[in-house]
Design a protein around this ligand. Structure first.
Ligand code: IMP
Length: 192
């Protein structure tokens, strides 16, 4: 399924009145896309097992849903990095929590909430490749290609979006709104 930016602008206009944030993707369409990606991963790794490595905290919700839509043997681990302060990136990426699991020789899928400038995933990809996984793929819930500073693409993308700051479905603004079940554009009142 492909979502075009013109559709997204239409949805934004429609949802202006619905809440303080503008709705971008409802929980039902997120669930449908996550199920499609889970089926794709199950197909790509048929007969094998995968290790999902989630990037805390934003990817936790996406990983939880994705893991349950994959039918091959799946385990998971988490890493944590620090990079964002509010709506602007600091540009510096630092590892706060390392892997608990050895990943050498395994099929690893790095699971991220948003691929934005690419700084985080370039840093993590380099780090994980040092452990010599059998394969390393990237799954992201959202992709913001317009903001890319590094050359990196995800193998599995739920939705590609224009340059908006979004919250919900695990994604935050100053640690808030991660628990919103839908993906929304941050209200301008909050981004002061
Ligand atoms: P990157 O290193 O610029 O690709 O940024 C990746 C990280 O920035 C994501 O994992 C998010 O934590 C954060 N981020 C980027 N855009 C947004 C957004 O719109 N809302 C919430 N967090 C964001």
């Amino acid at each position: 399924m492909r979502i075009f930016w013109a559709d997204i602008r239409g949805r934004m206009a429609e949802s202006m009145k619905e809440s303080e944030h503008q709705m971008l993707f409802r929980r039902e369409e997120i669930a449908a896309r996550v199920a499609e990606i889970g089926a794709q991963i199950s197909h790509d790794f048929a007969g094998e097992s995968v290790l999902l490595v989630g990037v805390l905290k934003g990817a936790a919700v996406f990983l939880a849903d994705l893991a349950r839509s994959i039918s091959v043997e799946t385990t998971f681990d988490f890493v944590a990095i620090s990079s964002y302060k509010g709506v602007k990136t600091t540009g510096a990426v630092r590892l706060i929590k390392d892997l608990d699991t050895p990943i050498g020789g395994r099929n690893v899928i790095l699971v991220e909430d948003i691929l934005d400038t690419g700084l985080t995933l370039v840093f993590l990809r380099k780090l994980l490749l040092q452990h010599k996984p059998k394969t390393l793929k990237i799954a992201t819930c959202l992709d913001k290609p317009a903001r890319r500073l590094e050359k990196i693409d995800a193998d599995y993308v739920a939705f590609s979006i224009p340059n908006h700051f979004v919250v919900g479905y695990g994604m935050d603004y100053q640690e808030r709104f991660r628990n919103l079940p839908d993906i929304c554009i941050l209200s301008s009142d909050e981004a002061m």
